[in-house]
Design a protein around this ligand. Sequence first.
Ligand code: KIV
Ligand code: NA
Length: 265
Amino acid sequence: FKKVTTNSVQEMKQNGEKISMLTAYDFTLAKIIDSAGIDVILVGDSASNVMAGHETTLPITLDQMIYHASSVVRAVERALVVVDLPFGSYQGNSKTALNSSIKIMKESGAHAVKLEGGVEVLTSVRRILTAGIPVMGHLGLTPQSIYKFGTYTVRAKEEEEAEKLISDAKKLEEAGCFALVLEKIPAKLAAKVAKAISIPVIGIGAGGDVDGQVLVLHDMLGMTHEFHPRFLRRYLNLYEDINGAVQNYITDVKSSDFPNEKEQY
Ligand code: KIV
Ligand code: NA
């Protein structure tokens, strides 16, 4: 197999091949999804919710992201590994953004970084790119700005916000981002953006007329339980499966059924 690169995902868009992307935060699951053939693995700051149990993505730190990212990188042989710059590690100061990105690349061995926002973060994007670090953009629902928006509902339904999103997408492309995530926006708008720019657009809750799809791994595996957005397709119900397996284990321990003769020395 060939390793996936920022160039090869761009070729996939040109060739009309859809890009598959999932999140991962640890060695064991990263190994499974890499060997299954996933194109891109995102070490998302959704680790703040999924792994650490925080209500938002804001609390996770740069060092915690690097811990997750380095665990993922040790497992991966083929996929492109992209790491989220966490809240506070890039906004407002392009030097800080560059230093945070260099730290991620050096200490985790990942291949690219992702950050949220458009025109507001453009100088940071440009400065990170000067170090040869590939950058993925992220527009639409940007969870690090939850306290500005107040809710996790669909974004850019109004003309004005849609126009800004299109203009931001073009600016990110011009600045040199290699790809762009669009989260929870109308499918029509996402399709328009995917047509308007030549870099791959990877959607989550952004419809099918984009260049690839991303989901949070624990959501699509059904490990998370109380999260039912329309865009989420569950491929397993691991919450129930694991719960049942653990109940069986408890029963076997309590009844002295486990271990049996063959399961001991
Ligand atoms: O952190 C994350 O999981 C993400 C994806 C939802 C795109 O940013
Ligand atoms: Na994220």
